[in-house]
Design a protein around this ligand. Structure first.
Ligand code: HAM
Length: 418
């Protein structure tokens, strides 16, 4: 038997109802906050991700699904959505009438990571991006939106972790201090961090290896190196989060795994997912639109791990399963053909109907209706046809009544949608 690829998964009926409900709640909230949907392709030129996420990140170095197409151009299955949204914003000059634009997109992303609970090679994200607002208040709005969504979805134990990564004015000074520190502790670092030390020193700050954590305890903090503008911006973010009653933790080691960030970065973390503790992450990426060939327009955004969200929500798929409104139990060939006509008409009237096609006994049809949790059963046999009526049984109250065959579909619709 052919099985699915490692790290990929099916979302089956029985769980998909939860995905649909979570998606609906998220869409409604995003639209209430003024975000409009944008749909971007699953594949892009590899160069787009290499230039935006950064050549020296884990994602670009070792996790992308990259291959040449038939003409030899290198293409990549998107590992994230931000780069594509920025490309689209620039390509279609979406800034021309108003640089301030808010977009969201929901869909699959691909990263060839080592699969484990909460970590897949095809996973889904809910993304939101705000363009054209330089103020940290846009970052606050995003964090507030996330916290509101998680509360609506009954996600327990979530905490907002925030940090500022400074800007091209102040970050280089911090990098110099950090590199000096890393040289002084290099004999204590893991092999990955030795490599990161020169290529992407910031990433050493969030290494999870205990020995690295210990070695980094005395590392310099980016927050001590912020220029006055970045410092004031971060102070405003913190004070507005307090005003809005959003609990947060300032985490000076939160550096994120993508290179485009500046100033505020954030993650929503939980204790309930083991090692994969981030349900959502994001931050400001003011330089990216310019770096990808667009005008100098600031931006900020987040992505939620949709798979992780469905594992954490207090809602369950069962709450959203739509039971059949009616099961048509027919006895005899004539009745079965009539039942089939009704089945089709019911569907067209928004009434979810099921029937048995194999001429089984009434007892076995009633059993199936029970198993499907049908709200009503409509019973029709040759005797009923002669009398010009059918029997409608309410499966909850067990009441039975006769319904005329004239205009039956409308009559039933009126009765069961009461
Ligand atoms: P990210 O932190 O790489 O950020 O991913 C965001 C979220 O996607 C993570 O917090 C996690 O919940 C989920 N996620 C990531 N990888 C996996 C995986 N292998 N399996 C399951 N879930 C996963 C970004 O992607 C940025 N583009 C966010 C952003 C938007 N920044 C600005 N705008």
């Amino acid at each position: 038997m052919i099985q699915l690829i490692r790290g990929f998964k099916d979302i089956l009926p029985g769980e998909v109802e939860l995905w649909q409900a979570v998606e609906k709640i998220a869409r409604e909230l995003l639209e209430d906050f003024g975000f409009r949907e944008i749909r971007i392709p699953i594949m892009e030129r590899t160069e787009l991700f290499a230039r935006s996420i950064g050549e020296d990140t884990d994602i670009v170095e070792k996790e992308m699904y990259t291959f040449p197409d038939r003409k030899g151009d290198l293409i990549t299955l998107r590992p994230e959505a931000t780069a594509s949204i920025v490309r689209s914003y620039i390509q279609h000059r979406l800034y021309a009438t108003d640089p301030v634009q808010k977009f969201y997109t929901i869909g699959p992303m691909f990263r060839r990571e080592r699969p484990q609970k909460g970590r897949y090679r095809q996973f889904y994200q809910i993304n939101a991006e705000i363009f054209g607002v330089p103020s940290g208040l846009a970052d606050v709005q995003l964090i507030f939106l996330l916290v509101t969504l998680f509360s609506r979805l009954q996600v327990p134990d979530v905490k907002a972790h925030i940090n500022s990564l400074g800007c091209p004015k102040c970050r280089p000074k911090f990098k110099v201090a950090l590199s000096e520190f890393l040289t002084s502790v290099s004999d204590k670092l893991c092999a990955d961090c030795i490599r990161r030390k020169d290529r992407n020193p910031l990433r050493v700050l969030d290494c999870k290896v205990p020995a690295c954590r210990e070695a980094m305890a005395e590392a310099p903090s980016i927050l001590d190196y912020l220029c006055s503008e970045c410092d004031a911006d971060f102070a405003e973010v913190k004070s507005m989060l307090k005003n809005l009653g959003v609990p947060f933790i300032v985490d000076k080691n939160l550096v994120r795994g993508l290179d485009y960030y500046a100033r505020t970065t954030f993650e929503i973390q939980t204790e309930s997912l083991g090692a994969q503790n981030a349900v959502a992450g994001g931050g400001r990426y003011d330089g990216l639109v310019g770096e990808l060939g667009g005008p100098d327009i600031p931006a900020t955004g987040f992505a939620i791990g949709f798979d992780r969200l469905t594992e954490l929500t207090g809602l369950s798929a069962d709450q959203f399963y739509r039971r059949p409104d009616i099961f048509v139990a027919a006895l005899g060939d004539r009745s079965r053909l009539l039942a089939f006509e009704w089945l089709c008409l019911f569907g067209g009237e928004g009434i979810r109907a099921e029937m048995d096609f194999d001429g089984k006994s009434l007892k076995s049809q009633m059993k199936r209706a029970d198993r499907l949790e049908a709200g009503h059963v409509l019973i029709v046999g040759d005797d009923e046809i002669k009398k010009g009526e059918a029997i409608l049984r309410n499966m909850e109250t067990k009441n039975q009544e006769s319904v005329s065959l004239d205009n039956l579909v409308q009559n039933i619709k009126n009765k069961i949608k009461e």
